[in-house]
Design a protein around this ligand. Structure first.
Ligand code: GDP
Ligand code: MN
Ligand code: MN
Length: 253
């Protein structure tokens, strides 16, 4: 078996209003079934989801958190403004972002953005993936999948990896339940988070710094699906999430 992953080279610095689909098609030759993996940072730039700390007035809560953790209270306020629930306040802010993700700092990111601006997560990662995917399909005539990524930390384990925060025609999860193992036994559980695995693989080529590689093509894996899919399918239902439950209990005590 073999899969390929390669960068789409010579992508410029993305500016608000840029047409990411058109830019990708100028720099890549795609095939049916390809998975286009796109860093959320360039989508935030194209969609003008950028902001400055200049006009933010921190609340008393933001000032207190900022003082405790040596953080700019305006950044703390920006995070508080973007979350529906704060699971951990200190030493890092782990929140339920109102853009449908559980992540540090509500996904607000200052790296690889110019002029002291910060990038938000795309407003709706699935909608961004769909809009880019449909345009790319129209331009190229190929059927493709799109995975929008961000870099996230993980519970328990050190280091960050790429994760999927927006999907178009890309399977979020493969279900192994009901299939047989090597010895003929039926698998009882086993859900493989394939969209996250592809995001992580692509992130290996993107890196986190000055590489200038926000778009990766992954070829040779059966991620494409005709079904309507969403990155939200990669989250457990809130009431079945043991970690959230534990964090809520520990916050109360
Ligand atoms: P995130 O994971 O979505 O937060 O994105 P990162 O900030 O980690 O950037 C991922 C990759 O995209 C890195 O290789 C960056 O250098 C690159 N990158 C970020 N913004 C741009 C841009 O506007 N143009 C180009 N060509 N590369 C960018
Ligand atoms: Mn980011
Ligand atoms: Mn990254």
């Amino acid at each position: 078996m073999k899969m390929e992953a390669f960068t789409v080279d010579d992508i410029p610095l993305i500016k608000p209003g840029d047409d990411i689909a058109a830019i990708i098609c100028e720099h890549a030759v795609l095939e049916d079934g390809d998975v286009l993996v796109i860093a959320s940072t360039i989508i935030a730039k194209a969609e003008n989801e950028l902001f400055s700390l200049d006009n933010i007035n921190p609340s008393a809560q933001a000032i207190a958190i900022g003082r405790k953790d040596d953080k700019d209270p305006r950044l703390v306020q920006a995070v508080l403004d973007r979350c529906s629930e704060c699971f951990v306040e200190s030493p890092v802010m782990l929140v339920q972002s109102d853009r449908a993700h559980v992540c540090i700092n509500a996904g607000v990111d200052d790296s690889n953005v110019e002029n002291d601006l910060l990038a938000d997560l795309p407003r709706d990662g699935d909608a961004s993936a769909r809009s880019i995917g449909e345009s790319v399909e129209e331009i190229t005539g190929c059927r493709i999948a799109v995975v929008v990524t961000d870099t996230n930390g993980r519970a328990f384990r050190l280091g960050q990896t790429g994760v999927a925060i927006g999907l178009y025609h890309a399977a979020p999860i493969y279900h192994w339940k009901g299939t047989k193992d090597l010895f003929g036994y039926e698998m009882q559980i086993s859900e493989e988070a394939v969209a996250d695995e592809v995001a992580a693989a692509a992130n290996l080529l993107m890196g986190e710094g000055s590489g200038g590689n926000p778009v990766v093509v992954v070829r040779g894996i059966p991620l494409f699906t005709e079904e309507k899919t969403s990155a939200r399918q990669l989250y457990r239902p809130d009431n079945m999430d043991l970690i959230k439950k534990a964090l809520r209990i520990s916050k109360k005590s």
